[in-house]
Design a protein around this ligand. Structure first.
Ligand SMILES: [Zn+2]
Ligand SMILES: [Zn+2]
Length: 326
């Protein structure tokens, strides 16, 4: 596996036409409030925040500091050469991410969806799933399978009752809404499930001490773990993804919110790097960053850390595409 940073090879975005295999496309790498942070532009500090102000001069597709809500698209090319597109999380910025990254990467549709948890930055784009579904004024289309735990299902039933409702009530008009086939998964490493032909192992992690979010382990030829919202690892989950446990990951994609200190519901860089050292993947990419992170500057700092510790770690960025053998 080779990490290609499309913002640094002169052509952005990188359509990577020679790669007919599987790939991971980072649709979003930012925190819930996304970057640029609106208040940095509404009421600039003195001196102004360099990361957020960059967004006024540099278009988003050329700006690795422009970060939407965390989301990953797995483009899986099976042995028959057919592509399947699995989306992890559908946050507040989903439609913008579709316009920005689906089109240049020729992603024609979403075949299935997986949810890490039910917070706004993971689910509030669900209404816009209809934008990537065939048009039918009577909702007469194949629903997209969506995998989530029972806790998320209950919450989404309250947030989006019209997406969960099975039948029209007597006298209710038909209105076009996203068609979803809700499939409940267990929050357990012992209960893998398959979405569009890919096996996923749920990775329950603490996201604040009162809340369990899910990461996912997938890939047979390359083992990848995606964990976007974590403040503490449950030992049984850490075992499944650790070199000293069930085996070394090829790629760990991991949460980091701020550069210093700690936070009650997310890892910050010190905890993220500690976890990377313990888990010891072949390489790691970080997601979920606030405007404290300056992509190029902090990747230089992480390159030093990587050299010292022997594990390549970099910040991901929106639009990053990684060819990978799944
Ligand atoms: Zn800022
Ligand atoms: Zn969350």
């Amino acid at each position: 596996m080779e990490i290609r940073n499309s913002s640094e090879n002169g052509s952005f975005p990188d359509p990577n036409p020679e790669n007919a295999g599987s790939s991971l496309l980072f649709l979003g790498t930012g925190c819930s409030s996304v970057v640029p942070n609106a208040m940095c532009l509404l009421q600039p500090s003195d001196p102004p925040c360099k990361v957020c102000h960059q967004s006024l001069a540099v278009p988003p597709e050329k700006n690795p500091n422009y970060r939407c809500n965390t989301s990953l698209l797995i483009d899986y090319c099976g042995c028959d050469g057919e592509h399947k597109y699995v989306l992890i999380d559908v946050g507040k910025t989903f439609r913008e991410q579709v316009l920005r990254w689906f089109i240049p990467n020729k992603i024609p549709r979403v075949d299935s969806i997986i949810l890490t948890h039910e917070h706004a930055d993971a689910v509030l784009g669900l209404d816009d799933i209809r934008a990537v579904q065939p048009f039918s004024p009577t909702n007469d289309i194949e629903p997209t399978p969506i995998y989530l735990n029972q806790f998320s299902m209950d919450s989404i039933g309250v947030k989006f009752p019209y997406l969960v409702q099975k039948k029209l009530k007597v006298g209710q008009e038909v209105r076009r809404v996203a068609q979803l086939d809700w499939r409940i998964i267990e929050s357990s490493c012992e209960k893998p499930f398959a979405a569009s032909g890919i096996k996923f192992v749920p990775l329950p992690v603490m996201h604040g001490e009162d809340y369990i979010s899910l990461g996912f382990l997938f890939g047979e030829k390359s083992r990848v773990a995606y964990i976007s919202d974590v403040s503490r690892f449950i030992p049984s989950t850490e075992f499944v993804i650790s070199k000293t446990g069930a085996g070394q990951l090829d790629l760990l994609i991991l949460d980091t919110l701020y550069k210093t200190g700690s936070h009650n519901t997310h890892f910050c860089l010190p905890q993220t790097l500690d976890a990377v050292k313990r888990i010891c993947p072949k390489q790691a990419l970080l997601i979920g960053m606030t405007h404290e992170f300056d992509h190029h500057r902090d990747n230089e700092m992480l390159a030093e850390w990587s050299k010292r510790e022997g594990i390549p770690v970099q910040l991901a960025h929106d639009g990053l595409k990684i060819p990978i053998n799944l």
